[in-house]
Ligand binder design. Structure first.
Ligand code: ZN
Length: 424
């Protein structure tokens, strides 16, 4: 294994090309899905002689994989090996359509664990830590891979499945857990329960929180809120069932680093597919370099990110996604001419400790998007909140203050945006 910390861009590209070519040789003639894609582009795997050549290959999109699984049930044709080679099955949540089933071989599963090891090491997790995963262990891959990855650090790992939130709070105090892994929404929900139950969280031994399952932990106000509630340092991680655990935050908290040892990242304009440059926003496209049993080549993640260059105070020279995952490309609203991502609202709302939870209602008025916020907060906060939103977005956003505990809470993939627009 090559250590890419401190490597030059040329060294990183050389490493990626070597891994890519090795992998392509493995999948060629064995993986019907990618065999068809190469053929339709008139490409041969030997044509890929540089990382730039990868752009000759068409993007892979989720819809394609879903259609492939319908055509070749139950697992689709993006499989490089015989069915008996696979040991793990997970599936996507299906929040944005049909759930996708993805298989992993033992080798691929070890690779997932290795990618998580990178996340843990960047956050400073050691074998002295006790890690608690506050998550119901279902078919979603995120926390299983986190569980598996902790083994590589040698950390004592506690699964928090099948428990109520209160039981989880008690369990993590009881074992003296020092690292909490959960979604950012759920970390805040646990903190809320602790407050209600008069459990002093800052007296728990939790020193690090690491987040998965949904973005949010890179939004400054959200991170600060989690850190204050838990008296801990908060780290983000980014991954996808279809791709792998591809990104992590370092102690500089500048954004998400791409793990370029295991992934090739491109950031493209969503409509043209052309690469954006540093400082610009676009859709993240990823190629994984260690999951050849069910690979993803130029996979369009649908996530909006900002190209943050390659310089970080931590010394890593890998591609940085400034501010983490900014939202879904499809989620952009145009409210009275202002481009607005619902995730950007969190950075304002989470600055107010009085706000427990919120919801964004999206409606359409004469072809224009309109939003209303439903906020669990005291009514007297509304004018100050409205002023802060106006300063941030140059919009007057209607706010409805609602009673405490009336809005839903989430363990995984918070759904705070309620789209009431008529279907086109
Ligand atoms: Zn860094």
């Amino acid at each position: 294994m090559m250590d890419l910390e401190g490597a030059t861009r040329a060294q990183i590209a050389a490493h990626q090309l070597q891994r890519l070519q090795e992998g392509l040789r493995r999948i060629s003639t064995h993986n019907r899905f990618y065999e068809r894609k190469f053929a339709s582009a008139g490409l041969n795997i030997d044509d890929i002689q540089s990382i730039a050549n990868l752009a000759w290959l068409p993007f892979t999109i989720k819809r394609e994989l879903v259609a492939d699984q319908e055509e070749y049930p139950p697992f689709g044709s993006n499989l490089t090996y015989a069915p008996s080679a696979y040991i793990r099955l997970h599936q996507t949540s299906g929040t944005t359509g049909h759930p996708l089933k993805i298989l992993d071989t033992q080798e691929n599963w070890d690779w997932w664990a290795k990618c998580w090891e990178t996340v843990y090491r960047a956050a400073g997790v050691t074998k002295e830590d006790i890690l608690f995963l506050a998550f119901g262990f279902g078919p979603f891959i995120g926390f299983w891979s986190a569980y598996e990855g902790a083994k590589r650090i040698g950390t004592l790992t506690v699964p928090g499945g099948g428990m109520t939130s209160l039981q989880r709070l008690q369990a993590l105090q009881d074992v003296g857990a020092t690292v909490l892994v959960c979604t950012p929404s759920y970390a805040l929900h646990l903190a809320e329960i602790a407050r209600e139950q008069h459990i002093p969280l800052h007296k728990s031994r939790i020193r690090l929180t690491i987040h998965a399952g949904e973005p949010g932990a890179s939004i400054p106000a959200t991170r600060k809120r989690i850190e204050e509630a838990w008296g801990a340092e908060t780290f983000d991680h980014a991954g996808m069932t279809e791709i792998g655990a591809y990104g992590f935050t370092c102690s500089a908290h500048t954004g998400i680093h791409i793990n370029e040892e295991e992934f090739i990242a491109e950031i493209v304009q969503p409509h043209s597919g052309q690469a954006v440059t540093e400082g610009e926003k676009g859709e993240l496209v990823l190629t994984n370099l260690g999951r050849w049993g069910s690979p993803a080549l130029r996979y369009r993640t649908g996530d909006l990110v900002e190209h943050g260059g390659y310089a970080c105070a931590c010394g890593r020279g890998s591609l940085l996604l400034k501010g983490g995952i900014l939202g879904r490309v499809d989620d952009m609203l145009i409210v009275r001419g202002v481009n607005l991502y619902p995730s950007a609202l969190a950075d304002v709302l989470h600055r107010f400790p009085e706000i427990a939870e919120y919801q964004v209602l999206v409606t359409r008025d004469g072809g224009m998007d309109e939003i209303t916020l439903r906020v669990e907060c005291p009514a007297e906060l509304v004018p100050r909140l409205q002023e802060n939103l106006r300063l941030a977005f140059s919009l007057r956003i209607p706010i409805e203050a609602v009673e405490p505990q009336t809005l839903p809470r989430f363990e995984l993939k918070a759904r705070r945006v309620i789209d009431q627009r008529p279907r086109a």
